[in-house]
Design a binder for this molecule. Structure first.
Ligand SMILES: [Zn+2]
Length: 261
């Protein structure tokens, strides 16, 4: 435990880290690939390595101490980003003034700072299951509602973007739960975007579940955008032209990003 050197399991295969001319790399069936490292020490699966591994569809199970993973990850950020960009991080010590508010899924593959290259201070972000925006309800305050109010009225963001993604298990859940409008926690949660499910099931009833889910990922974004418009302060700024509302979809299977009309 605690060391990132040694053997890492790739499915049932084992490979060993080595040191080559490009730094530490692993070998799996004779094909070397780089593993990110600090001072010659492998620290995790970022960037090219993670992408490459995802492409191969392999799951890497590293024996790592979670605390050490956090500490080494921060050290990398500190030396390679924070210390090198005082012009970015200096002004942010006093306040933030992001132009974007994002709603994205909690899915670990859909982090907007990675997929859209947002820097610190650029995007005020809410992440939840299926990038959901609940409708405004002044009698039932939600964390999402508070976040929208703060972003629009205090931070004065200029854009709110709701981003769905491929293979969203939240959307699959929405499409497959027993939904009967009762007051179960599950029904209450999904009621926020259930119009997307109803539309897809009505218009694409002969499609496979996977194809229905792919369509629903985008329909749910459209419903969330409509839900945004139920917030009076959002509507007010939107009508004045001071706030833009966008939907988008990130497809990590095909590597595409699309604005949803
Ligand atoms: Zn998702």
């Amino acid at each position: 435990m605690g060391s990132f050197f040694g053997y890492f399991v790739v499915r049932s295969l084992k490979f060993e880290t080595n040191f080559g001319s490009y730094g530490p790399y692993g070998k799996e069936e004779g094909t070397p690939f780089e593993l990110p490292a600090i001072n010659g020490k492998v620290i995790g699966f970022y960037g090219r390595c993670a992408t490459w591994l995802d492409t191969l569809g392999v799951y890497v199970d590293m024996e790592m101490d979670p605390v050490e993973r956090l500490i080494t990850g921060f050290k990398q950020f500190k030396t390679e980003v924070y210390d090198k960009k005082p012009n970015v991080f200096g002004p942010l010590k006093d306040r933030e003034w992001p132009k974007f508010m994002l709603f994205t899924c909690s899915d670990s593959r859909a982090c907007p700072s990675i997929t859209l290259g947002f820097q610190s201070g650029e995007a005020f972000t809410v992440r939840n299951i299926a990038s959901m925006v609940p409708s405004f309800d002044k009698n039932k305050y939600t964390s999402e509602g508070f976040a929208i109010e703060y972003a629009v009225l205090h931070l004065k963001v200029e854009n709110i973007v709701v981003i769905g993604h491929s293979k969203c298990n939240g959307i699959k859940k929405l499409m497959t739960i027993k939904y009967d409008g009762n007051n179960s926690p599950e029904n209450i949660y999904w009621a926020n975007i259930v119009p997307a499910r109803i539309k897809v099931k009505a218009e694409h009833s002969t499609m496979s579940l996977d194809d229905q889910c792919a369509i629903c990922e985008k329909e749910a974004v459209k419903v969330s955008i409509e839900n945004l418009k139920t917030y009076p302060f959002v509507m007010e700024q939107w009508k004045k032209g001071k706030l833009k509302l966008f939907g988008a979809h990130y497809d990590f299977v095909n590597g595409t990003f699309e604005i949803i009309k």
